[in-house]
Design a protein around this ligand. Structure first.
Ligand SMILES: C[S@@+](CC[C@H](N)C(=O)[O-])C[C@H]1O[C@@H](n2cnc3c(N)ncnc32)[C@H](O)[C@@H]1O
Ligand code: SF4
Length: 359
């Protein structure tokens, strides 16, 4: 029998588990404490629970942490971790055919240590410039599969920031992403400040509205072109969720105080890097409190555009700043190990699993 993982469960879900195990409601808080504060490796460590319930629990549930199955280290200190999504005794996928693992990227930078997490195995949004999009959709990660990336890496306790900018479109897996954010930020959970978490989206509005209404995390929207036809050619989602409409909705939310909105803008030479684009981008963002991150393009096979050069990016940034839009150029990290934005692809098929199960 496959035992269900406890990590990734919200307090409400742990209360149901406690009831099943014949425990009082408050035991859910004790289990949460063991999972997220003490980081217990097994149910048997939860000695404050009555023995009979603990044994029942052990039979049906496990902590569920799965260590990464491979890692690659960049010369700049970035580490890319590969996680199995399905294996003996565990399943981190909800739907989808599976057959792909997922990656998370640890990015140390002076006093910051950011983890870039995946929310899906692959992605069905089909952006032409993205390696994850290229591989198609292989399944939604469960909240357990998302939280596992945060808790199972050796640097877990040193992390200062989490960005949902790995594989997948978080809004296309909104239920599990919301659950993961709840576990990350709740006082009974990992107790992270939402100000240290950013969720990136191409602007799938149905999920985005829920993220904005139900959490306090920062939001990043992948824009990449202010012009409809041009964006549609790069990102098919523009047809269903035009970025102009997305920004219109953003005007209803407060991004001036606790929460930040940013626009991600990959720059391609001769495609979207001239001042006409800068001016149109500033117009698109008018009335929205939004800063712009200019991103170098990380080349992927079969996509012809090349990255804009530094001088052009600086000119673009300066124009936006002149127009009153705060813009910065983002440093690329981990390109040598294909860990930079949009380069993540997981691995096809089962990879040899070494020293994995803590279940
Ligand atoms: C991989 S996505 C994941 C989050 C979400 N699906 C999104 O698109 O915002 C994270 C960021 O990487 C960017 N990206 C994708 N492919 C890229 C590439 N080849 N070079 C640079 N950035 C890329 C995306 O546009 C997005 O801003
Ligand atoms: S850029 Fe984001 S939405 Fe587009 S294919 Fe890649 S992961 Fe999916």
């Amino acid at each position: 029998m496959v035992r269900k993982p406890l990590i990734g469960m919200t307090l409400g879900e742990l209360e149901s588990v406690a009831a099943e195990a014949g425990l009082r409601r408050f035991a859910a808080k004790q289990i949460a404490r063991r999972l997220y504060v003490n980081r217990s490796q097994s149910v048997s460590e939860m000695t404050e629970l009555p023995k009979a319930s603990r044994e029942w629990l052990e039979e049906h549930y496990c902590v569920g942490l799965q260590a990464p199955i491979a890692e690659a280290r960049s010369t700049d200190g970035t580490v890319k971790y590969l996680f199995a999504t399905r294996g003996e005794g565990f399943d981190f996928l909800d739907g989808g055919a599976g057959g792909r693992d997922v990656e998370a990227v640890y990015i140390p930078d002076r006093e910051r240590a950011t983890l870039c997490v995946s929310s899906q195995a692959g992605c069905r949004m089909g952006c032409r410039f993205c390696m994850t999009g290229r591989q198609g959709f292989h399944g939604n990660l469960t909240a357990a599969g998302i939280i596992n990336q945060v808790m199972a890496i050796p640097e877990s306790r040193t992390l200062t920031n989490i960005v949902f900018m790995g594989m997948g479109e978080p809004m296309d897996n909104i239920e599990e992403v919301l659950k993961a954010v709840e576990v990350l930020t709740a006082p009974w959970g990992l107790a992270w400040s939402p100000k240290r978490i950013t969720v990136s989206s191409i602007g799938k509005l149905d999920g985005l509205r829920r993220l904005l209404d139900e959490t306090k995390v920062h939001v990043a929207i992948s824009v990449h072109s202010p012009f409809k036809q041009e964006r549609e050619d790069l990102m098919p989602v523009e047809k269903a969720f035009p970025v102009a409409g997305v920004m219109g909705v953003m005007k209803n939310y407060d991004f001036a105080h606790q929460r930040r909105l940013s626009a991600e803008y990959i720059m391609w030479r001769g495609v979207n890097d001239d001042l006409r684009h800068a001016d149109a981008l500033a117009r698109l963002l008018k009335g929205v409190d939004c800063r712009v991150n200019l991103i170098r393009f990380h080349a992927i096979p079969g996509f012809d555009h090349v990255t804009a050069d530094t001088e052009t990016m600086e000119r673009f940034r300066d124009r936006l700043n002149e127009l009153g839009v705060t813009a910065t150029i983002r440093t690329s990290r981990g390109e040598d190990i294909e860990a930079a934005c949009g380069m993540l692809s997981g691995k096809e098929g089962a990879v040899e699993k070494e020293g994995v199960a803590n279940c």
